[in-house]
Design a protein around this ligand. Structure first.
Ligand code: TYD
Ligand code: MG
Length: 463
């Protein structure tokens, strides 16, 4: 017997409710609710609609097949790395980012790389005309034969195009511009965005076609943006970067098929994006490593060691409310490091202005960068540069102790590969490293001595 569900729909506002009432709970109109009966789909109907018929049944956990879904690897290793090894069939991937950061550009590269493998790719654009999409593709050298463009923002049309064409990959740019005409809500509203994503998710799962979705995030954090979609989709990737700078970082914030630690690094040029496989070299290019206040730290992004240049500037004197500003570095962490320098090494910073900048628009979140930043600030206060070709790694604790960091070997190998000859590292780590002159330090005081030959009055441990 077909199951039925009953709902009540308001003839005035279209609002739905599961119980009859004299007054519509949405628009408060009286006597407008009408009863609707929705027949649940029978098994035969589901089968006709192409859904799998077999009934879900419990399986012994040891008998569940484990083979990995066959992934499609793209030409760029940086993309595959963030995706967890390539594109998974039937996955719904959200690419978020601020307007103008390069989402459409990135996805056009993805489309071209997919099409180059011989498959059909459907690029649905609700933002730009087909001509505009073609013009961008030309600029990117992405006029692949199997690439089809659909300038459309009606979700029904997009869904039927996907179902009929059965492309190897579909892209919807953007979720904020497509709408389901069957819903009362406006395009870009939470309802539209969520329903739209849920519908595309169903198509992706039913057809095993991977679908990439673009979602805009604004600086204020748009309400109907990627945030409301995060729990629906399989992967959320954010494209970050300053519009005026070349570097773009693709970061996974959710990935059902891989790690969320990995990042992909790209640079934006006239002919679109390029992957940057040797990020350390690119990040250090053109920097003046001998300048006062400049320090190179060896950080880890996922499995990848990355050499990043930190710059600090300390100015002014006897300022009652000095400014502290940090680009790419956590401000709270900076306040803590200033307090540690002041209290544990008597480096006076409390009435001076402090500015921190991570070069090339990078962001450093790892505590392993603490010691580097502290040494950079200390050098500033003394107007002395760190010996060039020195890399610094270490987390700094509140009593001025230098704490061990993970995977020191890999960080130092990266430094050696890029011509660094000396490293100041936590003594608590295993220091079996032959390629560099490695100085192990247990305290901030020792680190200052190693970096500047500085004799700090013994405030540490002995006071
Ligand atoms: P776009 O991909 O349109 O951004 P989004 O889809 O995230 O809004 O990229 C827009 C910016 O990228 C624009 O400021 C110009 C720049 N750009 C280049 O520098 N080179 C290029 O080849 C392309 C296509 C864009
Ligand atoms: Mg765009």
């Amino acid at each position: 017997m077909p199951r039925q569900t009953t709902t009540f729909v308001c003839s005035q506002c279209g609002g739905e409710t599961i119980r009859w009432a004299g007054q519509c709970p949405h628009c408060r109109a009286w006597n407008t609710l009408q009863e609707f009966t929705v027949k649940a789909q029978s098994r035969a109907e589901k089968a006709a609609a192409g859904r799998p018929l077999e009934q879900a049944r419990p399986l012994p956990i040891r008998e569940i097949p484990t083979e990995d879904a066959p992934r499609t690897a793209l030409a760029w290793g940086e993309l595959n790395r963030v995706l967890g090894g390539g594109v998974v069939p039937g996955s719904l991937v959200l690419v978020g980012g601020e307007p103008g950061v390069g989402k459409s550009t990135l996805l056009m590269h993805v489309a071209a790389q997919f099409a180059a493998r011989g498959g059909t790719v459907l690029y649905c654009s609700g933002e730009e005309s087909a001509r505009q999409v073609r013009m961008r593709a030309e600029r990117l050298d992405a006029l692949a034969a199997g690439l089809l463009v659909l300038a459309e923002n009606d979700l029904d049309a997009i869904c039927s195009a996907i179902s009929e064409l059965r492309p190897a990959l579909a892209i919807v740019d953007s979720i904020q511009t497509v709408y389901d005409a069957g819903l009362e809500a406006a395009a870009g509203s939470v309802t539209q965005v969520r329903e739209g994503a849920a519908r595309l998710m169903r198509i992706a799962k039913e057809t095993a076609i991977p679908i990439f979705l673009v979602g805009h995030v604004t600086k204020e954090g748009a309400i109907a943006g990627p945030r409301v979609l995060e729990h629906i989709v399989d992967c959320v990737l954010y494209l970050e970067g300053e519009r005026r700078q070349d570097f773009r970082i693709l970061r996974a914030s959710k990935n059902r098929f891989g790690s969320t630690e990995e990042i992909g690094i790209f640079s934006m040029a006239d002919a679109g994006l390029r992957e940057v496989p040797d990020a350390s070299a690119a990040l250090l290019a053109g920097s003046s490593l001998d300048a006062v206040g400049t320090v190179v730290v060896a950080t880890l992004e996922g499995t990848r060691p990355l050499l990043v240049e930190l710059q600090t500037l300390v100015t002014g004197d006897s300022i009652q409310m000095p400014r502290r500003s940090a680009n790419g570095f956590d401000l709270n962490r900076l306040h803590m490091l200033i307090a540690v320098l002041e209290n544990r090494a008597r480096i006076k910073l409390s009435m001076r202005e402090v500015y921190v900048n991570v070069a090339a628009g990078m962001r450093v979140a790892e505590p392993a960068a603490d010691l580097g930043l502290a040494l950079s600030l200390a050098g500033n206060a003394r107007n002395e540069a760190l010996t060039s070709r020195t890399v610094v790694v270490g987390e700094l604790g509140l009593v001025g102790e230098v704490r061990r960091v993970g995977q020191l070997e890999r960080r130092l190998a990266e430094a050696a590969r890029h011509g660094f000859t000396r490293a100041i590292v936590p003594a608590a780590n295993d220091l079996h490293q032959r390629e560099l002159d490695v100085v192990g330090v247990a305290t901030l005081k020792e680190a200052l001595e190693a970096a500047f030959g500085l004799r700090v009055p013994s405030v540490l441990n002995s006071d």
